[in-house]
Design a binder for this molecule. Structure first.
Ligand code: ATP
Length: 514
């Protein structure tokens, strides 16, 4: 674990050193859980968004996009349930003055029991070698059974308290389990209080009578309230989807793990409207399609898993998370939810406007059911960054830090490097850049020795380096160096476009989703 923490720290500092992610307002000592994307980060982020957007809107002729405003009528958040129920249970430690989410303290405690079980299993696996039967060991070992029984009982109690919104019950679990503050080490806890995660602000001048508005905590409601507009103007027929990418804001109580949990972040959400009764079929379909989208990036199939929710929100009839193996464990990157007709019905009720669909095939009116896919851009960015980072040991004892970014997502696709800064090589290199730059993000670099320049491109994940040397002037060939294998091949300048395109184009990635 300590080793993983170390790797994560290195990734965070690499992200800063190479212009991917900076702490917000850094010269003023930063702003907690807010980050800025730098010159390379913004390109990577845009490419992730483009991959999602095109996969939704180009590959499905029944999905269209919108871009709704961040400010919305405040009643929307009443209708959606956010004003009354978008809360986290908060608890303070009186000695350290640190604030925690009560549910997270208990979840971390559960994870510690899981770790103890995992350690027992690992120890036994080592002892018994090939003969080890894990299922049998878990079913019979008294220590494991004891831990498991304790864990199950605690989990049951925790779920009950969470579902009943029983704040005193949550506090009692923390007391009974003797959970201590990680900073002060004491059990001097306050009461548990509900904390609404929405940011509020005022719209209009006070003289006019201002109105409290919220910074949206999710983009989805902008889709629901535009359902009728899009359905009618686009003459959409069910099933169809509306996709949107945009900022969302949550006043998270404890923000940690870099860009994993931010107060200002970006979501890519798609609501798919279906016939009542067909939602579970579509839920299964979207579960499969979304995982395929993730896996096509080639970050490693074993790094994903579904986490099906056993406790569902009252309006949902199925929900799953796609979790990704971050350096700090498997974590939610995307949620897929079958939300019945809850949101549209609520907006119908609160707005007094009829929100229905006339199904010409069934010859009936109904309020559509919805499957939602909701993914955080920043979490996706983090998963790509973490799984691409490598400190590679080279033969000869050298190490290089390389980002094995999926080529279609890399901020820079190719760098053109004149071997020396004279003899007409820079001019020839510029000529090549001027040709490639219309199709690919292309860098020109002439400073420092060629090896150093290669390393700099490796560190930002550039898939190709093109080196121009004296021979180029004679026969119009260059050296094409590939990032991952470091293999160098001599190719004609005329072939560069095709060679690069085949590897880095978004289209080649999208084709994998067919
Ligand atoms: P969590 O349980 O981690 O708080 P959530 O279940 O509240 O997440 P959703 O409301 O389902 O998250 O939001 C959909 C997606 O938005 C998440 O899967 C995640 O990728 C992203 N997301 C949510 N909250 C944040 C945040 N504070 N910072 C960055 N991304 C976030």
């Amino acid at each position: 674990m300590a080793q993983q923490d170390d790797v994560f720290k290195k990734i965070v500092s690499h992200a800063k050193e190479y212009g991917f992610v900076f702490p917000s307002s850094e010269i003023y000592d930063g702003l907690s859980a807010v980050y800025d994307y730098g010159q390379n980060g913004v390109e990577l982020k845009n490419n992730i968004k483009r991959y999602w957007w095109d996969a939704m809107t180009l590959l499905h002729d029944n999905i269209v996009g919108i871009d709704s405003a961040i400010f919305m009528h405040p009643t929307i958040w009443k209708a959606s349930g956010h004003v009354d129920a978008f809360n986290d249970p908060l608890i303070d430690n009186r000695d350290s003055k640190k604030r925690y989410r009560a549910d997270v303290l208990i979840e971390d405690h559960l994870a510690k029991i899981d770790d103890k079980i995992a350690k027992e299993v690992a120890k036994a696996a080592k002892r018994f070698g090939d003969a080890f039967d894990e299922a049998q060991f878990r079913a019979t070992n008294t220590r494991v059974l004891e831990y498991q029984a304790r864990r199950d009982a605690l989990h049951e109690r925790f779920s009950e308290a969470m579902n009943a919104n029983d704040l005193e019950g949550l506090r009692q679990i923390i007391i009974d389990e003797e959970i201590v503050c990680p900073i002060s080490g004491t059990k001097n806890w306050t009461e548990v209080r509900q904390f609404n995660l929405m940011f509020k602000t005022e719209m209009g001048s006070t003289a006019d009578g201002s109105m409290t508005v919220y910074l949206r905590p999710e983009t989805a409601q902008g889709i629901f309230v535009n359902y009728l507009n899009v359905q009618k103007t686009g003459r959409m027929r069910i099933p169809f989807g509306i996709a949107q990418i945009g900022k969302a804001f949550r006043n998270e109580i404890v923000a940690r793990q870099f860009i994993f949990r931010m107060r200002e972040f970006e979501q890519m959400e798609m609501q798919f409207f279906v016939r009542p009764g067909e939602e579970l079929k579509w839920f299964a379909q979207w579960k499969e399609w979304r995982l395929k989208w993730h896996k096509a990036l080639g970050l490693g199939d074993h790094k994903y898993r579904y986490h099906d929710h056993d406790k569902l929100a009252h309006y949902a009839n199925a929900a799953t998370d796609i979790e990704f193996q971050m350096p700090f464990g498997f974590k939610e990157v995307e949620g897929i939810h079958s939300r019945t007709n809850f949101d549209l019905s609520q907006h119908q009720k609160f707005s007094g406007k009829k929100i229905e669909y006339f199904d010409p095939e069934l010859n009936e009116h109904y309020t559509p059911y919805v499957i939602e896919t909701s993914i955080g851009v920043d979490r996706m960015f983090l998963s790509v960054l973490c799984s691409s980072y490598e400190e590679e040991q080279l033969p000869g004892g050298d190490t290089r830090t390389v980002l094995h970014l999926p080529a279609a997502l890399a901020p820079v696709k190719c760098a053109v490097l004149p071997l020396v800064r004279k003899d007409g090589l820079p001019e020839k290199a510029r000529e090549i850049v001027d040709d490639l730059k219309f199709d690919f993000a292309t860098h020109y670099e002439e400073k420092d020795a060629i090896g150093k320049r290669y390393r700099r491109q490796d560190a930002i994940g550039t898939p190709f380096c093109i080196t121009v040397d004296h021979q180029t002037l004679e026969d119009n060939t260059v050296t094409l160096r590939e990032r991952d294998s470091m293999e160098q091949t001599r190719v004609s300048v005329d072939d560069l476009h095709k060679l690069i395109h085949d590897r880095v184009s978004l289209a080649s990635l999208l084709r994998k989703l067919k």
